[in-house]
Design a protein around this ligand. Structure first.
Ligand code: PNS
Length: 162
């Protein structure tokens, strides 16, 4: 039987950065199918509504076969089980990511022992990008074009009153 291994790449993606795109590209090479699972309730007041986040990510990954983008609310392990996913993918940029990521991975493993969490390293070029830094730069009117793909830059620019 042909291999059909699905992984979920969950996150808030508020907004989707070049670092996220780098992880999607790497994960898409490792798995047959990859779902970018966009958390609905990541923050009480997201910068971009869930539908916009999903639409923008779809634009950014349009050239990658086997990659889909879906909104999600609930426990990730439930989503993984319902979709038959074999792994969760998370990006690691630096040591400070480890604490949170380890706690989340162990919690998810306790909830669903067969589901692996796979950590992928971003390229060095993107190691210092975070969505929260992008939000802050955006908030003060800075240029985010080197941090986020063009569709995201345009969407953020459209948020700003002219
Ligand atoms: O990009 P983020 O904000 O670091 O992503 C965090 C996310 C969405 C992956 C995490 O909050 C999450 O998994 N939320 C769904 C609820 C859940 O399953 N939590 C895992 C147990 S800790």
């Amino acid at each position: 039987m042909a291999s059909d291994r699905l992984a979920l790449y969950p996150g808030s993606f508020d907004p989707f950065t070049y670092g996220h795109l780098d992880i999607v590209r790497r994960a898409a090479r490792l798995f047959d199918r990859l779902e970018v699972t966009v958390a609905v309730n990541a923050a009480k007041e997201p910068l971009l509504p869930i539908d916009d986040r999903c639409r923008l990510i779809r634009e950014c990954v349009a050239d990658l076969p086997g990659v889909t983008v879906e909104p999600f609310e609930g426990l990730l392990v439930d989503r993984a089980q319902a979709r038959g996913a074999v792994a969760l993918v998370r990006g690691l940029r630096q040591l400070s990511d480890f604490d949170y990521e380890f706690r989340m991975a162990f919690a998810n493993r306790r909830l669903h022992g067969d589901l692996e969490t796979v950590f992928l390293m971003t390229s060095e070029a993107h190691a210092l990008i975070s969505a929260s830094i992008v939000r802050e730069i955006h908030q003060w009117g800075g240029d985010v074009s080197s941090f986020v793909p063009e569709p995201v830059r345009a969407a953020l620019a459209a948020l700003r009153p002219s």
